[in-house]
Design a protein around this ligand. Sequence first.
Ligand code: NAD
Length: 312
Amino acid sequence: MSAPAIKAESHVIDGKAVAAAIIENVKQARDQLLSAVAVKPGLAVVIVGEDPASQVYVRNKGLKAEECGFHSVQHTLSADIGEDELLGLIDNLNEDPLIHGILVQLPLPKHINEKLVIAAIDPEKDVDGFHPINVGRLGAGAMEDALVPCTPAGSVILAKQALGQDLSGMEAVIIGRSNIVGKPVAQLLLQENCTVTIAHSRTKDLPGVCRRADILVAAVGRPQMVKADWVKPGACVIDVGINRVDAPEKGEGKTRLVGDVDFADAATVAGSITPVPGGVGPMTIALLMANTVIAAARASGRPDIADGVKNL
Ligand code: NAD
């Protein structure tokens, strides 16, 4: 048997450029909402404690919301806040007519029940898409009502950009079965008529399963786990992982970000591949802005205004 053809160079998917196009759509929808119903989309981000990575994410979300011309508020709560106090704040935000999207930055401190907090958010303002009602809507294909989790939505948009809009009949393998990434990515790819496999820590012959994939999504949290010989030649590889690793080559104590895919290795085989950083990461924040404008348009009785915001 002859060896499979190896591509000399993969097409690197530019997540920043695709995210910028989504943000342009968001700004247009914001303008239309303002002129049609005098509504400015409002996003509230709640952060509990001082986890440095979470603080960076929250700051970036606030800056992007301001760039989009949203009403943007941040609530920074101390790590020892009681669960009741946090639930009280969420109640207030649920009732606030200027706020259309509420995001509680995860993880929360151990003494706070995360599930309870997510369930307390008004599902129509749940721009992370983690509320059980939105999980159910996504599973049932009720997309006109659902708010879809941002990272999964961004991952699928990138795959469609790389492969053309029609993914029908393609084999998709997702490594990782988390509620926030793996499972919603699987639901979205199923809706795109892919044949979907969810692989996880107990999957047998993981490299062999991955080699079946026309679309391989890695959402594991293990630096550079996916190697070239896990990738079907020509496949589209979407790397959701964000892992900080030591980078002694940059100097003592320095670190760098890598994905769950060994980019340099896998890129020799893949047809298209997302880099880390600069792939899925920028899409997550762009889709958060998209969900906020969608929630604002629905709340204002003009869902049509944000209908096409995720279409490119
Ligand atoms: P998680 O820890 O909740 O889930 C990881 C999944 O990987 C689990 O389902 C587990 O079964 C599977 N897994 C673990 N070890 C495995 C192994 N050896 N082989 C096969 N499967 C294995 O993680 P998560 O929240 O889904 O996040 C996954 C990665 O995506 C992380 O690196 C995270 O930082 C990143 N992430 C990125 C963004 C973004 O904006 N780009 C957003 C969310 C998460």
